[in-house]
Design a protein around this ligand. Structure first.
Ligand code: ATP
Length: 222
């Protein structure tokens, strides 16, 4: 039985915060592969400073090239209109072998906005989630982030979630489990990178060299 992670994002641009944390998740949850899924039109982000989908796709490819167990999916770019995660998840569920174990992976910031996503309660019914805690401007302890997730689940998704310390996860009798990943905190965001590029700063510590060159050659984010 294959274990597969689905990791969607704008990847505008992709950075080490995405890749290093996903390496941790892949190891911790013994995933056979992880699909990075760049979205076409992000429904939840302002459309300023968004690189073309084909450029974001290419930067994602450049980052993952040569790493086995990491793949890029064009599924959301091939679909017309905004990218809705529920449709992506159902696509993978319907096309992969029935016994495949799928996980939807996201950072806590994305998770805390999930109640604005299309059919979000359905997502909790159909696929187990893995939420990565994330370093922020104001660093919050993992305990505090856990409490936020617990309150969110109970107030916005469904009453009755229980916390289990055995594998750090929340369970519910009608919903799929929500796991918390103990990833290393990499305090990088695409927003920081775009700001740095605009002010002609170096981003060599935040993205692979191939991505840095690609951004320069295409004149992105200036
Ligand atoms: P932006 O700054 O433009 O909002 P971002 O850096 O958050 O972008 P996205 O492409 O929007 O990047 O993120 C895709 C997914 O990766 C989201 O689930 C987000 O929470 C997660 N993520 C991004 N950066 C990190 C990080 N440094 N650590 C953990 N998770 C991250």
């Amino acid at each position: 039985m294959k274990r597969i992670g689905l990791f969607g994002g704008t990847f505008n641009p992709i950075h080490f915060g995405h890749f290093l944390t996903l390496q941790d998740v892949k190891a911790e949850f013994s995933l056979d592969s992880v699909f990075f899924i760049p979205c076409a039109i992000p429904p939840h982000k302002p459309l300023t400073m968004i690189a073309a989908a084909k450029d974001r796709l290419e930067m994602t490819r450049l980052t993952l090239a040569g790493y086995s167990g990491f793949e890029v999916s064009e599924i959301e770019l091939a679909r017309a209109g905004p990218s809705y995660t529920i449709e992506t998840v159902l696509h993978f569920k319907n096309t992969l072998p029935k016994q495949t174990k799928l996980y939807l992976i996201m950072g806590i910031d994305a998770f805390m906005e999930i109640d604005s996503w299309k059919a979000f309660k359905n997502l909790f019914r159909v696929i187990p989630m893995i939420v990565m805690t994330r370093a922020g401007q104001v660093s919050e302890s993992t305990d505090l982030q856990l409490r936020k997730i617990e309150n969110f689940l109970k107030n916005k998704v469904a009453k009755g979630y229980c916390f289990s310390t055995s594998k750090l996860h929340f369970t519910h009798n009608q919903m799929q489990p929500v796991f918390i990943a103990k990833v290393k905190h990499v305090n990088i965001s695409s927003t920081n990178i775009r700001t740095l590029i605009k002010s002609h700063g170096s981003v060599c510590n935040f993205v692979p060299a191939e991505v840095e060159s690609f951004i320069k050659n295409r004149g992105l984010y200036l």
